[in-house]
Each structure stands twice: as structure tokens, then as C-alpha cells.
Design a protein around this ligand. Sequence first.
Ligand code: ZN
Length: 135
Amino acid sequence: MYRLIPKSTGLSKHYYSNLETGAVLLQSCNPCAHIWHYPRPVCPACGADSFSWIPASGNGTVASYTIVRHAPSAAFKDAVPYIVAMVDLKEGPRMTGTITGDTALEVQIGDLIKIEIPKDSSGKPGMPVFRSVLA
Ligand SMILES: [Zn+2]
């Protein structure tokens, strides 16, 4: 499922622009080493505003999921049914996204996934998705 990247500014612009390099970035707190996702200006653990960007390994485990059977808008009409999952990344943060692939509807909690960055026909990256590594 290819979904366009939203218009962005500031921290989210840095995050989204790096998808073009194939990197899903996380933030790592310089004082306390907490790692988080999605982009935020301060550490959610200690409140410090000093952080570094680090690339995610792309590996994670399905923590929860739901099957979307009714399209939330006309843009998703041809996509249903699809899976929206919460994935615990290897680095610690929990990330929400769509599971893609022929076996997506067979997902189970605990399944291992890899992050993928789909591209449109011109090579422009879309929102990151998950794919089962067992498929
Ligand atoms: Zn911190």
C-alpha cells in the first residue's frame, strides 16, 4: 500500500526527507539514551531537548494489530481489508503502520517484521510499511 508522505515542517520534515535515502530515523536522547519515534522536540522520558538522529535497524515484532474492513475514505476503497499494526522496534520505540504483502491478513502478535519504504513509479518514497519476515 503506497501512501503519500504528508506535507511536513521542522522535525517531521527531517524525518520524511530521510526516507528518500532508505532510512527510517529514530531520535536518541543524549543525556539519558532513551530512543523514541515519532519525531518530537524533547525526550519523552526526561524532557531534555538534546538528541541525535539514528537509523532504525528495520526489525521489529508485532505487538498488536487490527483489520480495517471498512474504508475510512474513498482513497482507501481499493485497499480494504488491510492491517494496521503496532510494532515494537528492535531499538525500543513502538511504531504504527500498515502490514503489506500477500500474507498480511495472516499476521499474528509476535510475528517478526521488516520495515519497507515503498516507492511510486517515479521513485518517490511513501509512508513506511511493515512486511512479515516469515512470508
Ligand atoms: Zn532523555
